[in-house]
Every structure is written in structure tokens, then in C-alpha cells.
Design a protein around this ligand. Structure first.
Ligand SMILES: [Zn+2]
Length: 249
């Protein structure tokens, strides 16, 4: 099981459909959200129907940005294989599809972080409990020391957020913005940047820190559409933007 924290009050736990986790979260972390590991769901689904098309559609459903997108993909699966669609319909969408999960997944759909951690402790599993705790303590202190002395590219942001924001900033140049007030905007792609006439539009709200692409609220870092909105509404340059983004995280 993976647990992701954000400023103490927003917690998401990802499990392999653990029934007991709901009651444990209700008792101990009533504000936490329970999501299901999509890798395990996919494995069960593939037992019913192993075709690549279903596999691809399943991952599209997990990332559906709206209920209509979710239903559209599910209908396609229904036409290809009724049993596969029935299996998915039995699992409440608020546990596994991005549009319905009532919180952030922080970019994670599967519980592989827990597996990675288990693997990293593989060679200490046979030690006594005190030796295991000592080893975990030592390895964590080593990681904290390395992190504390690491020279980041930016004084405020981690390298991941810095690189991600820079890439999103460049992508934001391709968008036009119409803003109705100081915090909401409609974002759409420049006609020169998009050969398709039916260019997708996104709605950004800087107060709720959300975008209809779902990435802004999901990982709590401004997406390319939010950056386009911030640039248009607040007229900021890149460095002011990075500071602004930091302030609204
Ligand atoms: Zn967006």
C-alpha cells in the first residue's frame, strides 16, 4: 500500500482493493482518500480479455478527465467484450478513475512505490527486528544527509519541480487565453500550433488551483494551461512565475 501526504491534511492511500483499509482510514485518518492500484485491476481485467485494445482502453479510463470520457471508453470496451466492461462497472469509479477520485493521486495510479521500498529492504528481511530498525534508520539518515547537502538547480524548488515547470512553461507558449476575471481562464491552442480544427479547450481556476486537464489538482504543480493563465492574467516573467507557482502550491 502506498500513502501520499500533502500538507498533513490531504492523504491518499493506494491499495489492492483492501476491504479493511476503508474502516482503518475511517477510524484513524477520516480525511484520507482510498484509491485502488490500477496495475492490479488491469491484471484482473486481462484474465478476462487479454487483447491489447482493451488494455489500452483501460488505461485511458483510469486517466479520464470527465464522466463523459469515462463512459465513452467504457462503452467501447462493452462493444468489444461485455464481461470486461461488467468487471469494471462493478468497481466504483471513485476508487480508480481520475475524474471521480475525490482527491489527488499525486501522479500515481499504482502501488509500486511500496514494492520498490520492499525490494530495497530485501537483504535485511532475515535480520532481527532491532537490526532491521537500525538498518532502516541508517539508510534514511544517509538519504536525508545526501538531500540536505545536494546542490539544487534552484534555491526554492526541487530539481523535479524546476525541470517540470520549465518544460510546462515552454509548452504554455502554444496557448491563447481568454480570462473572465482575475482567477478563471479558458485556454486553447494557437491555430498555428495545432493542425486540428477541433482544438481542445481547458478551463483553469487559480483560486481552486485546478484545470480541466486534471494535472494541476492531481500533482499540485501548475500544468501548461495554468501557466498560460497565470502569464496572461498576472503578466509574470518565468522567474516571478516560479515564485508565484511556489506560493500557490
Ligand atoms: Zn491543465
Amino acid at each position: 500500500m502506498n500513502i501520499f501526504f500533502y500538507r498533513w491534511c490531504k492523504i491518499t492511500a493506494i491499495s489492492d482493493q483492501s476491504k479493511s483499509l476503508n474502516s482503518a482510514l475511517t477510524a484513524e485518518l477520516s480525511h484520507a482518500i482510498h484509491a485502488y492500484c490500477c496495475y492490479h485491476l488491469q491484471k484482473n481485467l486481462m484474465k478476462l480479455h487479454s487483447e491489447d485494445k482493451i488494455h489500452k482502453l483501460f488505461w485511458q479510463i483510469t486517466k479520464a478527465q470527465s464522466k463523459s470520457q469515462f463512459e465513452e471508453h467504457l462503452e467501447t470496451i462493452q462493444k468489444l467484450h461485455t464481461a470486461a466492461a461488467d468487471y469494471l462497472q462493478k468497481i466504483p469509479s471513485q476508487y480508480w478513475s481520475k475524474h471521480a477520485i475525490p482527491g489527488s493521486q499525486y501522479g500515481h495510479h499504482i502501488s509500486n512505490i511500496a514494492e520498490s521500498l520492499n525490494f530495497s529492504w530485501l537483504n535485511i528481511q532475515n535480520l532481527s527486528i532491532l537490526a532491521v530498525l537500525q538498518d532502516i534508520w541508517n539508510s534514511m539518515m544517509k538519504k536525508f544527509y545526501i538531500q540536505a547537502n545536494y546542490s539544487f538547480k534552484n534555491a526554492i524548488l526541487t530539481d523535479y519541480i524546476y525541470d517540470y515547470s520549465k518544460a510546462q512553461w515552454k509548452k504554455s507558449w502554444h496557448y491563447h487565453t481568454i480570462h473572465s476575471n482575475k482567477h478563471t481562464a479558458l485556454i486553447f491552442m494557437n491555430s498555428q500550433s495545432n493542425s486540428q480544427s477541433n482544438s481542445q479547450q481547458y478551463t483553469v481556476n487559480l483560486i481552486t488551483k485546478s484545470c480541466s486537464c486534471m494535472k494541476f489538482q492531481n500533482i499540485h504543480i501548475s500544468c501548461q494551461h495554468a501557466i498560460a493563465a497565470i502569464a496572461a492574467i498576472c503578466k509574470l516573467n518565468m522567474w516571478s512565475m516560479i515564485l508565484f507557482m511556489k506560493s500557490i502550491l
